[in-house]
Design a protein around this ligand. Structure first.
Ligand code: FAD
Ligand code: MG
Length: 343
């Protein structure tokens, strides 16, 4: 709830601004809300922007109602509380995200693993009273983490967790899915230019009204929120960032963050401070940013080479590495080492 308190300080605001381009006025509708425990901000240009923003906000809230780990009545909570007992009927959206999650577990050698739920619940990293579990407790919870124990039935649209105590947590992928759904809503309303940011999962539709690409900042992990180390020029793309610098707690001089290495049960330790993934779809960039953050630079790059996505890695020694295709799209305060995706 620590994050909610911080976020509540921010005014929940919806307003109309005017954008002047080529002598013609373009109306931008902007909306900022707190959903899924994070800030959701939208900026939409053109006719129907108000209606598109309203429908998008409703969609994200409806997804939160079904996907939340925190709401006891959500489909995910019902699946978790039925672990080791019964299967649960799911909506197509929830079924799709669970299927995608398993895909990314395979692709990342089990590092992206939504079965980390029991550990997320125990550590409570983002809560008011985080806990450092004892080593034996961590070991017993790690024993519950096996993505093969999430049994999906496509014909029935059902899911089942094999063992009592198992829990899935979609914190590493569901916001990305929501951003993809929002772009579908914008397109349905005939919107040609818009940007949505769901807690670091940014998707842009088209170009800005003046015809230029959107400039998306990458947070400098060692500075206060809003200080950017790089900016990337994008159109019709999604970008997701995962890092250790926003959701963490400190105890006896040690930092414990929210991304769990499923093999150890502890916050992951790699040579990275943050990873940003750029791709066509936010559900993919969200899952991949979490997975590569755990894997570290070398293995993370190998994973990205198997995908259509591009990446920016910021290492613990403040070096910036990026995939070669970003060369003409990225501008950073420090030098960048580019990596070819060719094998
Ligand atoms: P990402 O890197 O994208 O994801 C990290 C998150 O993924 C972790 O916080 C954890 O949840 C999960 N995770 C950890 N390790 C792994 C792993 N190895 N593999 C896969 N996943 C892993 N927070 C609140 O405080 N209150 C709320 O009410 C609340 N509601 C939410 C509802 C929904 C539907 C969702 C998706 C999230 C909600 N959150 C809530 C969670 C909060 O927004 C998360 O902290 C956030 O999802 C973390 O995202 P990130 O982009 O910072 O990091
Ligand atoms: Mg993620």
């Amino acid at each position: 709830m620590k994050i909610i308190k911080t976020l509540l300080v921010i005014f929940i605001v919806s307003f109309i601004s005017i954008f002047l381009t080529c002598g013609k006025q373009q109306t931008a509708f902007e909306a900022t809300n707190i959903i899924m425990g994070t800030i959701v901000s939208q900026r939409i240009y053109g006719d129907n922007s108000n209606a598109a923003a309203t429908e998008a906000t409703e969609k994200i809230r409806s997804l939160e109602g079904r996907l939340s780990f925190f709401k006891p009545e959500s489909e995910i909570s019902r699946l978790n509380s039925s672990a080791g007992r019964t299967k649960i009927k799911l909506s197509p959206d929830t079924f799709f995200i669970l299927s995608k999650s398993i895909e990314y577990s395979h692709l990342s050698g089990g590092m992206f693993n939504i079965m980390v739920g029991p550990l997320v619940k125990r550590w409570k990293v983002t809560g008011d009273n985080p806990v450092i579990p004892s080593p034996s407790e961590v070991r017993s919870l790690v024993a519950l983490i096996n993505y093969r124990d999430l049994i999906l039935n496509k014909n029935e649209l059902t899911a089942r967790l094999s063992k009592k105590g198992q829990k899935v947590d979609l914190g590493g992928i569901a916001k990305g899915f929501a951003a993809d759904e929002v772009l579908k809503i914008y397109r349905k309303h005939g919107i040609k230019s818009a940007i949505i940011d769901i807690g670091g999962n940014v998707s842009v539709l088209g170009y800005k009204p003046d015809g230029s690409p959107w400039a998306i900042g990458i947070q400098d992990p060692s500075k206060k929120r809003g200080n950017y180390i790089c900016s990337i020029m994008l159109n019709n793309k999604s970008l997701s960032t995962s890092g250790a610098y926003e959701r963490f707690f400190e105890k006896d001089g040690k930092v414990y963050h929210h991304i769990i290495d499923p093999t150890t049960g502890y916050p992951s330790k790699s040579d990275l401070q943050s990873v940003t993934i750029i791709g066509e779809s936010s559900v993919d960039t969200d899952a991949l940013s979490t997975a590569t953050f755990i894997l570290g630079l070398e293995k993370g790059l190998s994973l990205i080479k198997k995908t259509e996505c591009e990446a920016v890695f910021i290492t613990v020694d403040n070096k910036i590495h990026a995939t070669e295709k970003l060369k003409n799209m990225i501008d950073c305060d420090a030098s960048i080492e580019f990596h070819s995706k060719k094998k």
